[in-house]
Design a protein around this ligand. Structure first.
Ligand SMILES: [Zn+2]
Length: 324
């Protein structure tokens, strides 16, 4: 299997988001990629500019990042329809995408949809988010650092500038090599451009240290929370051992009043398990749930209970009209 290290540059509406063309907030202007073999040797490179068809001026923020002018893009670039075809042909059959952050594959697919092109990616689309893997390996797993931060952290010499897709791909590849994937590859990500369309397509992944579930879409978060699978509290560690065991609920799913729900349970065998559901919006304004369950200790358990208390207290004060 090959690794395709991918980086995109995109432009956005020069006169602000409110004037954006529907369904294309970001127009891709460059695709850069390295193809690596299983030993992480570079076997080929891909770099093409895209002729802008939607936003024909560079947004000022983007202009401060990328170095292209519209004239250059028009002169050296080709239409997206042709560039994407060459790119996907170049990728071949057996590969996994590697990106810095979680945005590139989604934007790539949005651009493909915008032009009504029929390219099918695997479902679910698994990829390696090196920004996440960097955090898991060197930091707390939650922080998300810039590419330049990681380059400095790993003492990679900064011989070329940043923010040209192919140059960022060079740095991302250097980071990938220094991190040595191995165990880290188990922490692959799922691109959420295409959401589960049915119960059957819902996603369940048991990682070493946590479990992740992505639901189909519901008309509201309240509806989602009525769904058995969304609110299910089976111990994922028991499931990994092929046993089904419901946890004792210590704090059943409670809301922070916004988009997040929390849970605390206890498994006889595996101890405290904390849960979190984040409700996310689909393009057509429905919601789907992203649930994680994670084994925790006494400290972690108390934190969930403290959160519950704080939320209750806040509600009580609000009910009584006491300001904070
Ligand atoms: Zn268990």
């Amino acid at each position: 299997m090959n690794y395709i290290v991918l980086d995109l540059e995109w432009n956005q509406c020069p006169s602000g988001k409110e004037n954006s063309v529907d369904k294309l907030n970001f127009e891709i202007i460059e695709i850069g990629a390295y193809k690596l073999d299983s030993r992480l040797n570079v076997v080929d490179k891909f770099n093409e500019l895209v002729k802008p068809q939607v936003y024909t001026e560079i947004h000022s923020i983007i202009g401060g990042i990328v170095k292209y002018t519209i004239d250059e893009l028009n002169e050296k670039g080709d239409y997206f329809e042709f560039v994407i075809k060459r790119f996907l042909d170049w990728c071949g059959e057996d590969y996994i995408f590697c990106t810095w952050g979680c945005q590139d594959l989604t934007e790539l697919q949005k651009n493909i949809r915008f032009y009504n092109l029929k390219y099918k990616f695997d479902y679910p689309l698994c990829y390696l988010d090196l920004q996440k893997l960097f955090s898991i390996k060197y930091e707390d797993g939650k922080l998300r650092r810039s590419l330049e931060f990681a380059v400095e952290y790993l003492k990679i010499s900064k011989t070329i500038p940043f923010h040209q897709a192919i140059d960022d791909v060079y740095y991302t590849t250097e980071i990938l090599r220094r991190m040595r994937l191995g165990e880290l590859e188990k922490y692959y990500s799922i691109d959420l451009y295409r959401k589960p369309a049915s119960k059957k397509e819902e996603i369940h992944i048991v990682y070493d240290t946590y479990y992740k579930y992505i639901s189909r879409a519901f008309s509201s978060k309240e509806k989602a929370m009525l769904d058995r699978e969304v609110k299910a509290s089976r111990c994922y560690l028991c499931e990994r051992e092929n046993a089904t065991k419901n946890m004792t609920k210590i704090a059943n799913w409670f809301s922070d009043g916004s988009k997040t729900y929390y849970f605390l349970g206890e498994c006889e065998k595996h101890g405290f398990i904390k849960g979190k559901i984040r409700m996310k919006k689909t393009d057509d304004d429905r919601v789907y749930a992203v649930k994680t369950l994670k084994a925790t200790d006494m400290d972690g358990a108390s934190q969930v209970l403290e959160k519950q208390l704080a939320i209750r207290e806040k509600r009580r004060k609000k009910r009584l009209g006491i300001g904070e």
